[in-house]
Each structure stands twice: as C-alpha cells, then as structure tokens.
Design a protein around this ligand. Structure first.
Ligand code: GLC
Length: 539
C-alpha cells in the first residue's frame, strides 16, 4: 500500500450487498463470517478477482424496513450479520490480503426503532426532540409543507403519541435526523470516528446531500414531472449549506487518519454536475455518477456520459464509474445483455475498467449474473412494492451463486431472496474453471490494469469523435500508452480512428476474442464481433 498517488485513485472497488453474498449460519441471509470465508474470491487466493477494496452495505442492527438502510444502532453489528468480533476478524483478514474496506454510513436518517427516535417522540420537551423534524399540521391543509418522499407518498407522517408530524425523505420507518442541531452533528461525526478507530479504510456515504434542510421548511416550488416527488424542485430539502459544513467536518476527520477516503451517493443520482459539486478538497474524495450506467448500449451515449463527467469534474477531481448497483440501476446485464450476455458483459467490463477513474464492480457482475426474475408475491423491498413493475430493486439483489449445489452454495437454509434459476451453470465455480468465462476476463482486465500506469493514471483522449458501432480511446501516461477499442455489436468492425495513433510499438495486451484478435492497420482497428481489445505501447 502507500505510494505517491492516493490508493483509491488506482483501486478497483467491489460493492458487496452483504445480505446476498454468502451465508455462514444457515438462516438464508448473507453475513460477515460468510463474507470472510469467501475473501479468496476477491483477493489473495489462487483464482481471485484481484480487486483492491470493497464496500459493504450496512451491517448494523436494523429492523429491515429497508434492509439495513434503517439503522437502529450505529456502533453495533446486527446479530443476523454476526458479532462485533466477526467484524474485527473480517477486517483483519481483508487487510491481511491487502484489501481495503469501506463501510456504508447511513447518516441522513435512523430507523424508527432507534433509541434516539424513541426518546425524541416521547414528548415535546425531550432533549432529543430537536434531533428529528417534528412539526404541527399546517393551519390550511394537512401537511406541514409540500415535501414528498423519494420512495413515494408525502414526506410527513403523523405520530399519534407525539401529537405531531415527523419528516422522512425515505420510508416512514426512516425519520430524518436534524443535521442543523450541533449535538446531532457531533454525535454522527463520533460514529464515523468510532469506525475509523476500529480500522475501516473509509466510507460510502448514503444519500449524504440530503443531510440538512432549510430550517424554515418552506414549500418546494413546482415543476413538471411524473411522480409527485419529481413534480417539485428540491430547493429546500437537499444540498443545504449545513450539509457542506458537515461534509467538511467529516473530511477533516478522515484527513486526520492516514489513507482514508469517502465516496458519496448523491440523491438526484443521474446528475454528474451535482455529484461533482461535492468532490474535492474539504469534500468527498469520490462521488458516484449513475448517469454513465443509465446510458443505452451505444458507444456514443457512453462517450457523451464520459465527456459530461470529465467536464463536470475538471482535471483535478477524480472520476468514478459504476454500471450496476443495489438500487435503481440494478444489474447492467439486464439492460444491455440481450441475446449475448457474456460477450456484452466483457465489452462492458473492458470499458468500466479502462476509463480514467475508479471503477466499482457490483457483486455478481463478474459472472454476468442477470437480474433474477421475481414474482410480485416474492417482492420484499418496500420501494419495489410501491413502484412495481416500473422500478424494482429485488432482482438485482439476489444471492450470489457460488457453485451448482442446492441454492448455489449460498446457504444451507432457505435463501431470503430466490437465486437466479440459471445458477446451476452460471456460478463462481463454473466460471473460475472456464478460461473463456466473463470471470476470467475480469481477472485479466484487473491484472492488466494493475500493471499499467496508462490504464490506472493516464489521461483520456477520445479517438472516435462520432462513434457508431465501435469506440476507441487512448489512455496516456509518461512512458506508456494504452489504446482501448470496443466493438459493441455482433458484426466484425473496421473501426477508423479520427486521430493518428502516436507512433510506436503497439502490442495487443488483451482481447475478449482471443481466437480472432484485433489488429491495427494504420489508423484502422479491426475488431471481431463484440470484441474488446487493449493495445499497449511502452516508450
Ligand atoms: C440509498 C441506498 C438505498 C436506500 C436509501 C435510503 O439510496 O443506496 O438502498 O434505500 O439510500 O437509505
């Protein structure tokens, strides 16, 4: 570890949905000991993927209204996920392998069952009353203001016992904390300090830009949109100055420890410009940009997303790339794979892992696991229930199949969500044994990237200005250049470059079509169907 560049710029980061990774206890839910037992898959084993860091969804005690995103104790470990000792063992074992660990901090809201909320709702005089947003009904209408929940319905819920409404950006079971209260801010910073002292390498910050609201709670102005939530400009319920101040405090805390970092999830997830606002000195190290993965399967769309992201960040701030996640984006194989899931998974992987920025791989994508078909009666996620069939999160959260045995070796019990029915053939063991698998291609890409300063740190130069069926770009660092050429479709492609390649000894370093690999002919790259190729030139 160490070096001149911060580790997170060079890292490949793997996103683990903890409940679905590996179950050690037989209750059908993934847990920390299960994850620890499978770290060989990620790093340090004979057939590891070779990633550098991982982020895990919240392991904290939770009544599971939102499966861990409603936290009832920020310093504890949910007994179903393991014990605090299991967590320490996991952290030590990950570190022993050179794997960094980022923890998902959900600090915008607690669970309705958090003791702070219980105290807060008890009486108007409770010292914790002001830790949340309590308001009387408005005189003229029902709710204190017009704010809507991003998960559907009004953002205010009446609490009979408390005699007031409370505010929640997400579910009624997730009341928002009042970040304008200095005691709240202090306490939440202490939560971060607690886990840093425990040894984690940083955080994924859940929905951080909705920390803090305008204290006067004015109505948001209207705009055109589909859902009630979208029919207003979110002027007063997000991106408030108090959030910037809190982020600065958190950054100062992180900077007090060696080599720690934070990556943030902005609400209004498809705006790279908004995400970029929160990256930089005194702010986040990285932010997610979900607009990239929302691109249709067309080279021009991805190029546009990259250019927009690079322009929003400028040369100093570092990009990140995500194709899939446990939320709205789901699994990209479902969006792009069509009748050629493996071929397309390889092209997508090559793109994700060779752009300028830190790539995030969502668990299961390394075996091109498709979204799992879920019947309406099987849905567990409240958001999927509300928005069925338009917005579904369960299909992208299914258990990871490790092998062809019952329940894919994920659990000896009954899995909490069904496995993908294709698991007898599409699983980690089968893909590890197959040299031409998506998994092996990911391994090769990650290894190539690790050994290439151009791929990790080089500048990005587009080589196809109006890409049609294929896309090529250059990554350029002192002493090394990489040419990435991608054929998005199923016919062979003669891809003409708009700019001449710098002269040199260009060698094919990796191809997803090794039997008919790409070759260069002047400023033309010849690509096989669905081929992803990387050429290197060292001076
Ligand atoms: C984030 C999480 C999502 C969760 C929500 C509320 O968007 O990624 O899973 O439901 O925040 O905490």
């Amino acid at each position: 570890m160490g070096g001149d560049r911060p580790w997170w710029k060079d890292a490949v980061i793997y996103h683990i949905y903890l409940r679905s990774f590996a179950d050690s206890g037989g209750d059908g839910l993934g847990d920390i000991a299960g994850l620890t037992a499978h770290l060989d898959h990620l790093r340090g084993g004979p057939n590891s993927l070779g990633v550098d860091a991982l982020w895990i969804t919240p392991p904290f005690p939770s009544p599971d209204a939102d499966f861990g995103y409603d936290v009832s104790d920020y310093r504890g470990i949910d007994p179903r996920m393991g014990t605090p000792e299991d967590f320490d063992r996991f952290l030590a074992e990950a570190h022993r392998r050179g794997l960094r660990v980022l923890l998902d901090l959900v600090l915008n809201h607690t669970s309705i069952e958090h003791p702070w909320f219980a105290e807060s709702r008890r009486s108007r005089k409770s010292p914790r009353r002001d830790w949340y947003y309590w308001r009387d009904a408005s005189r003229h209408r029902r709710y204190p203001n017009n704010w809507q929940s991003v998960f559907g319905g009004p953002a205010w819920t009446w609490d009979e016992a408390a005699g007031q409404f409370y505010y929640h950006m997400f579910l009624p079971e997730q009341p928002d904390l009042n970040w304008s209260n200095p005691a709240v801010r202090r306490e939440l910073l202490n939560v971060a300090r607690f886990w840093l002292d425990r040894g984690v390498d940083g955080f994924r910050l859940d929905a951080f830009n909705v920390w803090g609201k305008d204290p006067a709670l004015p109505d948001n102005p209207p705009r055109f949109g589909l859902r009630p939530y979208d029919r207003q400009v979110h002027l007063y319920d997000m991106d408030r100055p108090v959030m910037d101040a809190a982020l600065a405090d958190l950054r100062a805390l992180l900077d007090g420890y060696p080599e720690r970092m934070a990556v943030g999830e902005t609400i209004e997830r498809d705006s790279p410009e908004k995400a970029a606002l929160h990256v930089g000195e005194g702010k986040l190290h990285l932010a997610f940009n979900f607009a990239f993965g929302a691109s249709p399967w067309r080279p021009r769309a991805f190029l546009h997303a990259v250019e927009r992201w690079e322009a929003a960040l400028g040369p100093e701030r570092w990009p990140s790339y995500v194709l899939s996640d446990h939320d709205g984006a789901g699994r990209h194989i479902g969006r792009y794979g069509g009748r050629h899931p493996d071929e397309i998974a390889k092209v997508a992987a090559a793109m994700l892992l060779t752009l300028r920025g830190t790539p995030f791989i969502y668990y299961g994508d390394e075996i091109a696991l498709p979204p799992t078909p879920i019947r309406r009666s099987q849905i567990l996620d409240p958001v999927s229930k509300h928005y069925w069939p338009f917005h579904m999160r369960d299909p992208g959260r299914a258990p990871l199949p490790w092998n062809a045995s019952r329940h894919g070796g994920f659990t000896t019990g009954r899995p909490w969500l069904p496995l993908h029915p294709g698991y007898p053939s599409r699983n980690v063991e089968a893909q590890s044994a197959d040299p031409s698998s998506v998994f092996q291609f990911y391994r090769q890409l990650i290894a190539l990237r690790r050994g290439s300063v151009a791929l990790r740190a080089g500048d990005f130069h587009n080589l196809t200005r109006r890409p049609g069926r294929g896309w090529a770009y250059l990554r350029q660092a002192p002493g090394e250049r990489a040419l990435v050429a991608l054929n998005f479709y199923r016919r062979p492609l003669r891809l003409a470059l708009d700019r001449s390649l710098p002269a040199g000894d260009w060698r094919l370093a990796l191809s997803s079509a090794p039997s008919t690999p790409a070759h260069l002919e002047g400023d033309i790259v010849h690509l096989a169907p669905f081929e992803a190729a990387v050429f290197l030139e060292k001076s």
